[in-house]
Write a protein that binds this ligand. Structure first.
Ligand code: SDX
Length: 451
């Protein structure tokens, strides 16, 4: 896959009286890149890019985002077409293997996933160690990492067969663990997966059925759930995917890498934004309070941000947000709440923001998290489960990137450098010669951590 770029376009760097020609590597679509892999060896200089706003961390063929146009492609297929005509397991196959499956490939893949949805019975004990009010994301980080303790026979990252087994185990079992985390928080018994249900229906069944009565999955809600999984499946080198790649570059086992991705996704600036966005809409409560929150979002002295708004890459409407808004209306109509007041607050908040110079100037648009909370709440999930659902769906994207990295022969451990501006070398100072110094500035909490 390595795109060498020899003989092609060059970028010339003039620094400290020397000129250095750097290869420009060509993209199939989107920005080309300047290859700086040998820059330090040739110049003794690092590049500096905290937050990686101008840095390509890898070469990839999985997902492409055109932030200016608001375009998202999974292996070249537009997200709106996949959401309209496909389903989540087909999308999993596409992301993992590079193209849409034929009939036989689809049948075999579905069977492999369906017949591996149960988890080792002893995993149930893990949940007992948590308080019932533990955040389900805390449980997910723990139990997904614990999979490596139960499925040790698929942790050798150098064995393609074991990588394949781990891949299918995680796609099959993460929904079961997510449903178990939900049931545990409710104090209800775990519900085993059923092999006669499709992926999304099975998940809803494990979440909402109870032993005391029959549960029939609503096909409209199952279709909405499946579409939500498609929308969240992958998004190139976002924070959690980059976390998985960095963890995987040390040859950590795949279960540990995906657990690291779950931990990173939890942050409210990333996957935790769906929970934060719904909490924000509930705090706003009525359209009359929108101006107050818009003012706070614009006030640099106020840490408040409009949750579900803005994006590092999208400087246009997030295409997933449009599909999610439509899905929200479908689900609300189906559950008999077409006039959910929060949807109206969200709609008016979006309208006000998109006509405000502050948001226009910074190209801040709704992202996938802006409408997902309303939809997920209408499906019956509490806000604490929203990011768990994001993690469930993104598991395939994390695994696809992990596989792409592990199977790349040029793969090596990720080890960024730094711009060091700390103290230069100095000799040790005996206690008798130390002045008042920093010690006097230690805060009470540091002295008494339990305070
Ligand atoms: C996801 O990367 C991915 O692909 C992620 C994701 C995926 O599928 O994996 O798409 C999922 O994480 C979506 C994003 C969810 N997060 C939120 O909705 C949280 C709210 N949004 C922001 O925190 C912010 O927009 C980020 C984190 C999403 C992006 O931050 P950036 O790119 O670092 O932008 P920035 O913080 O430098 O902001 C640029 C300016 C700043 O103002 P100025 O300093 O120029 O005056 O825009 C302002 C920011 O203050 N700004 C906002 C804002 N987002 C940015 N102001 C108010 N409300 C906001 N939401």
């Amino acid at each position: 896959m390595a795109n060498k770029g020899d003989g092609g376009e060059k970028a010339t760097l003039h620094v400290r009286g020397e000129s250095h020609d750097l290869n420009v590597l060509k993209a199939s679509i989107g920005p080309d890149v300047i290859d700086i892999q040998n820059l330090y060896r040739r110049t003794g200089l690092f590049t500096f890019d905290p937050g990686y706003t101008s840095t390509a961390s890898c070469e990839s063929q999985i997902t492409f985002i055109d932030g200016e146009k608001g375009v998202l492609l999974y292996r070249g297929y537009p997200i709106d077409q996949l959401a309209e005509y496909g389903d989540y397991l087909e999308t999993c196959y596409l992301l993992l293997y590079g193209d849409l499956p034929n009939q036989e490939q689809r049948r075999k893949f579905d069977a492999d996933i369906t017949y591996h949805t149960m988890v080792h019975e002893q995993m149930r004990a893990f949940f007992q160690g948590f308080r019932r009010d533990a955040h389900p994301m805390a449980i997910m980080v723990a139990v997904v990492g614990a999979l490596s303790a139960f499925y040790h026979d698929s942790t050798d990252i150098n064995d393609p067969h074991q990588r394949e087994v781990a891949t299918r185990r995680m796609i099959a079992k993460v929904p079961t663990l997510a449903a178990m985390a939900f049931k545990y928080s409710l104090g209800q018994p775990f519900v085993y997966p059923r092999n006669d249900l499709d992926y999304a229906s099975n998940f809803l069944h494990m979440c909402f059925s109870v032993p005391s009565e029959d549960y029939h999955v609503n096909p409209v809600l199952a279709r909405a759930m499946d579409r939500i999984f498609i929308l969240h499946a992958d998004h190139e080198q976002n924070a959690s995917t980059s976390t998985v790649r960095l963890a995987g570059s040390s040859n950590a086992n795949p279960f540990a890498c995906i657990a690291a991705g779950i931990a990173s996704l939890w942050g409210p600036a990333h996957g935790g934004a769906n929970e934060a966005a719904l909490n924000m809409l509930e705090e706003i409560g009525t359209p009359e309070r929108i101006p107050e929150f818009i003012a706070r979002a614009k006030d640099r002295s106020d840490p408040f941000r409009l949750m579900g708004f803005g994006h590092r890459v999208y400087k246009n409407y997030d295409p997933r947000a449009r599909i999610m808004q439509r899905t929200a209306k479908e689900v609300l109509a189906e559950v008999g709440d077409p006039n959910d007041p929060l949807l109206e607050v969200a709609r008016q908040l979006e309208e006000v923001a998109l006509n405000d110079e502050y948001f226009i100037e910074r190209k801040l648009y709704p992202n996938i998290d802006f409408y997902s909370g309303i939809t997920l709440r209408a499906l019956g999930f509490p806000t604490s489960m929203f990011t768990v659902l994001f993690a469930l769906a993104r598991t395939v994207g994390w695994i696809a990137h992990w596989r792409e990295m592990i199977s790349d022969p040029s793969n090596r451990i990720g080890r960024p450098r730094q711009l060091y501006t700390g103290p230069v070398m100095r000799d040790y100072v005996p206690m008798s010669q130390r002045g008042a110094g920093l010690g006097d500035q230690v805060h009470d909490t540091d002295r008494n951590p339990e305070s």
